[in-house]
Each structure stands twice: as structure tokens, then as C-alpha cells.
Design a protein around this ligand. Structure first.
Ligand code: MN
Length: 290
């Protein structure tokens, strides 16, 4: 199998706040374009940040989405979520929330009330996964994926383990259902642990160093909180952990469809985008209490 080269290593840029509860570095489209990252159209990464205790939970109030899925991966802290399609719940450390906005939802995302009272370290990834044109107007749905439902595969030589959120690792499938082929893993390596991953050459492939440092393809440093984008010139890449590490790995088949994106809507044409704004403004996204 041919080695997949590293296209780019991106350090975390200056953070900005989403609402008052998410202090994020934007990696997608910041690192590249939506088209290059297809089907991953947005990624905000809240690197570890300490939120002081408060009785008023911080977060983002009611807002709409249409045309894609939002995936929230919690590493530290707890988030409470609710949407106008009746989905919602609490995602805690190690859990994932996979919300299919599709034809449209209103939702809100806040630090969980009890967690907010104590405050503490918060670390999270929010990713937007684009939907194929044929599925953009399908009904919204919600998948709560608690950590214990993820597939855990121990690596040989006590290297660590691979937690499969979506897609498959060596033929074994993770719990999330997706509309297009997507692999999403948390690769947890012990210091000195090594592994090799491979995905079809045309898949858009990247990783985020959630915890610790690693060496990729025996040559390139990937430091904590950095984003690594791979080329499409080979299938496989090697990771060696320089310290105990958690690495979020993403690989997905590009949809190769036109992208018309503005604010919280991602469609295929400008007309569909206008329709989304109109539907939102005329209350067609339903109702969600603030
Ligand atoms: Mn949102």
C-alpha cells in the first residue's frame, strides 16, 4: 500500500467564541476550502479551556441548520442540547452527538447546568458533515452515541486502542449511521505506541491531535491541538505517539456536488439557500423554546 503524504499541518489559530460557551479554533474551512475538505465542511475545535463556575450556563441559543449534520465530540465537560425535532440530551466526556439537521431544525447548545455550577476544563470538537443532495431535505434525526456504545479495538503490542465512532476499522463497524461513507475514530495510543491506518486514496483524510504529541509517517511532528491534512496520493499513514495521545481521525468519501453555503445553511444552489432563509423566516423550521 502506498503512503499517504501530509499535505499540511495547521497549528490552532487564534480562538474565537461561538456564543459564550465555545472557545474555538476553526480548522475547516480555515485550513483549506469546503470543497477540498468535502464532505467535512466545518470544524471548530475547542482546545482545553477552563470555564469558571456559573449559575447561568454558557452556550449558544436557538439557531437553525439545514442541509448537513452536526457532530459534537465531547472530550472534557458536558453539553446539554435540544432541537425542534424533539432530539436532545446530555453529552458527557467521551460521548458523541450526531444530529442530522437535513430539511431543517432549530437547536441550542449549552454547558450542562450541574457541570456549569462547578465549571472546569472543557474540550470539544464540532464538525459539520455535508449531506448528499438527495438527502438534504430528508427528515431531521438525532443519534446519541454514548461512549460505551462505541466499538473498541485493542491494538497489538500494547500500543493502545481504536475507538470507532463511525465507519469501520478492519471490517468492524462503529455505531453511527451516516449518509455517505465516513470513518471517524478516536485513536488512543500509549507513549511509544504505533499504528498504521489506511483509507481509500480518494477519501478526504485528516486528524486532530486532541491529547499529546505524535510523529506521522516517521517524519512529521504532530503536536497537541494541531490539525493534520493528508494528500490523496496513497492509502496509508503511520502514527507513533511521543506521549500518551488521543487522536481524532476523519476520512470520508467526497460527495463531489456543488456547495452553496451561507451561515447555518449548506445547500447545492443559491436558490436552495434563498429558500432556506425564507423557510426559516416564515417559521417553517418549527419552534424551540429559548
Ligand atoms: Mn448549531
Amino acid at each position: 500500500m502506498k503512503t499517504r503524504s501530509i499535505e499540511k499541518v495547521t497549528p490552532p489559530g487564534s480562538p474565537h467564541f461561538v456564543g459564550d460557551g465555545f472557545r474555538v479554533h476553526n480548522f475547516i474551512p480555515g485550513t483549506s476550502t469546503m470543497k477540498r475538505m468535502d464532505p467535512f465542511i466545518m470544524m471548530d475545535y475547542n482546545s482545553k479551556f477552563n470555564f469558571p463556575p456559573t449559575d447561568t450556563p454558557k452556550g449558544v441559543g436557538v439557531h437553525p441548520h439545514r442541509g448537513f449534520e452536526t457532530v459534537t465530540i465531547a472530550y472534557k465537560g458536558r453539553v446539554e442540547h435540544g432541537d425542534s425535532a424533539g432530539g436532545g440530551g446530555i453529552i458527557g466526556e467521551g460521548d458523541v452527538q450526531w444530529m442530522t439537521a437535513a430539511s431543517g431544525v432549530l437547536h441550542k447548545e449549552f454547558h450542562e447546568t450541574e457541570w456549569s455550577k462547578k465549571g472546569g476544563e472543557f474540550q470539544m470538537v464540532q464538525l459539520w458533515v455535508n449531506l448528499p443532495a438527495k438527502d438534504k431535505m430528508s427528515p431531521p434525526k438525532y443519534q446519541a452515541i454514548p461512549n460505551h456504545e462505541m466499538l473498541n479495538i485493542a491494538l497489538p503490542n500494547n500500543a493502545g486502542e481504536i475507538e470507532v465512532i463511525a465507519g469501520a476499522y478492519e471490517g468492524k463497524k462503529g455505531p453511527a449511521s451516516t449518509f455517505s461513507p465516513i470513518n471517524m475514530y478516536n485513536v488512543k495510543l500509549n507513549k511509544g505506541g504505533k499504528t498504521q491506518l489506511s483509507f481509500p486514496v480518494h477519501y478526504t483524510t485528516a486528524l486532530v491531535m486532541i491529547e499529546g504529541d505524535a510523529i506521522i509517517n516517521e517524519s512529521t511532528d504532530a503536536l497537541q491541538d494541531h490539525f493534520v491534512m493528508f494528500g490523496n496520493d496513497g492509502e496509508s499513514f503511520a502514527i507513533e505517539a511521543k506521549s500518551d495521545a488521543i487522536i481524532l481521525v476523519l476520512s470520508g468519501e467526497p460527495l463531489n456536488e456543488p456547495i452553496a453555503a451561507q451561515g447555518p445553511f449548506v445547500m447545492n444552489t443559491r436558490e436552495e439557500l434563498m429558500e432556506a432563509f425564507q423557510d426559516f423566516n416564515t417559521g417553517k423550521f418549527g419552534y424551540l423554546e429559548a
